[in-house]
Design a protein around this ligand. Structure first.
Ligand code: AMP
Length: 191
């Protein structure tokens, strides 16, 4: 049995994955892998990849699987000593989930669990518009783009619940309440 704690922190945009990741990496000494953050770093550095990704992100669409899978692979190889990872915003498609399993199973360090933050759509839109007013994230400032991202999630990402449920790794978490209460629920679910 692997001693590494590999957590998929799952949920729609605005569910609180980034916020809760901060607590989990600190409490368990894990490495945070957010494909959204990695893509925003590419945009900031004005790389070719960043330029291509920006158009898709601004439209609320997903970036190609091979791009984000390659990023995750590089980061995992750069952190071989990690006690485990919090995957935040990845995987978002079945192809990504299968690639992640293949990478982790090759090292006998499988996903421990998927923690899925559950939040109603109107609450998500409210939170994201609030975040957009202060974060400068262009994809959080336009309600049309926000709703497109939620549709993308429902269509391509939400089915991953079944993928992890079939492995008996899915844990649904109520994502409404204070940040501290939600952290407590996550810690209890990790056990
Ligand atoms: P996030 O910060 O996780 O909300 O991601 C912001 C945007 O980056 C998303 O709306 C997508 O356009 C893109 N993105 C982030 N992670 C992924 C992923 N795993 N697969 C495809 N696109 C992604």
């Amino acid at each position: 049995m692997s001693e590494k704690l590999n957590i998929v922190l799952f949920g729609p945009p605005g569910a609180g994955k980034g916020t809760q990741s901060t607590f989990l990496i600190e409490k368990y000494g894990l490495v945070h892998l957010s494909t959204g953050d990695l893509l925003r770093a590419e945009i900031h550095a004005e790389t070719e990849l960043g330029k291509a990704a920006r158009e898709l992100m601004d439209a609320g669409e997903l970036v190609a699987d091979h791009i984000v899978i390659g990023m995750i692979k590089n980061m995992m190889e750069a952190h071989l000593e990690a006690k485990g990872f919090v995957f935040d915003g990845f995987p978002r498609t079945r192809a990504q989930a299968e690639a992640l399993d293949a990478m982790l199973n090759a090292k006998s360090e499988p996903i421990t669990c998927m923690l899925a933050l559950e939040v109603p759509e109107e609450e998500l839109v409210k939170r994201l518009l609030g975040r957009g007013a202060t974060s400068g994230r262009s994809d959080d400032q336009d309600e049309h783009v926000i709703r497109k991202r939620i549709r993308e999630y429902e269509e391509k990402t939400a089915p991953l619940k079944d993928y992890y449920q079939a492995q008996d790794k899915y844990k649904g978490i109520n994502g409404v309440g204070s940040i501290a209460d939600i952290t407590t629920r996550l810690v209890q679910a990790i056990g």
